[in-house]
Design a protein around this ligand. Structure first.
Ligand code: NAP
Length: 249
């Protein structure tokens, strides 16, 4: 799974097609979507129109809780819109009553190859433990909100101890904390942008991440994070920014 993917929440129509096109051109090989985002069709169009083979692109989509009774049908609908036979990663978007039943249905789709990897999103330690007790297929990923400003170390450690990859969403705090003085100062020191520092921070903590960007400049900037690392002292400064700040709250 590529460490940095393109997030696509709140971007639709021709704008998302353009963003996916630009991202593939810039070297992204991973796109994060969800039924909720109502942009799977346009993402499928952009991928089909691109020169990059489908097999080289890692696509994630998600099951919305209202579809839990018919999870396999919801998956079929997403595959149809994305114009593909399989999804690389399928996530239960939020924990909900009945999630155990949905997981069992999705294990069948995993067995027949329509889901390459199965995961969850917004799961707490309690939710993870409950799932691990009954799952035949262990969750490969937990996608959770994470940034230096919302850093749930216990949850992250628990996932990692159970071989669950942690994927940071809203890594840029939706732009809300991007001008924080500590981030800006560290960005200056490394001659990088604040967004690059926040993305790199997630990578240094062994997470993957899916920053959302619509403009060419942001798309290109956010993937240019593999030519530097943040030293331990600066990582410690960034870690102190944690104030349980949720960008979407
Ligand atoms: P985000 O990635 O933290 O922030 C996106 C915002 O940052 C946009 O306004 C974007 O502007 C701006 N931005 C992007 N690159 C920038 C840069 N280099 N410099 C300055 N500003 C920049 O927010 P998010 O969309 O909430 O999270 C990312 C992705 O995570 C989502 O798109 C979605 O795929 C996923 N997600 C998952 C869940 C879940 O429940 N599983 C929840 C939320 C999000 P422009 O668009 O104008 O470039």
């Amino acid at each position: 799974m590529p460490a940095v993917g393109l997030g696509t929440y709140q971007i639709s129509g021709s704008a998302v097609e353009e963003a996916v096109f630009l991202a593939l051109e810039a070297g992204y090989r991973r796109i994060d979507t969800a039924k909720l985002y109502q942009n799977e069709r346009e993402i499928g169009d952009a991928i089909r129109a691109s020169d990059v083979p489908r097999k080289d692109i890692f696509i994630t989509t998600k099951l919305w809780p209202t579809d839990f009774i018919n999870a396999e049908w919801a998956l079929e609908e997403s595959l149809d819109k994305l114009q593909t036979d399989y999804v690389d990663l399928y996530l239960i978007h939020w924990p909900f009553v009945g999630k155990g039943r949905a997981w069992k249905a999705l294990e069948n789709s995993h067995a027949d190859g329509r889901i390459r990897a199965l995961g969850v999103s917004n799961y707490s330690i309690k939710h993870i433990n409950e799932l691990l007790k009954n799952a035949k297929v262990k969750p490969a990923v937990n996608q959770i909100e994470c940034s230096p400003f919302f850093y749930r170390k216990d949850l992250i450690d628990h996932c990692m101890a159970n071989d669950i990859v942690v994927e940071a969403y809203s890594p840029l705090t939706r732009g809300q904390k991007i001008n924080d003085p500590v981030v800006v100062e560290i960005a200056r020191k490394y001659d990088k942008s604040p967004a690059q520092i926040m993305i790199r921070w997630a990578l240094e903590h062994s997470m993957t991440t899916v920053p959302k960007a619509a403009s060419k400049a942001h798309i290109e900037e956010n993937i240019a994070v593999f030519d530097f690392s943040i030293d331990p002292a600066d990582m410690a400064s960034l870690d102190t920014l944690n104030k349980n700040y949720r960008a979407g709250a």
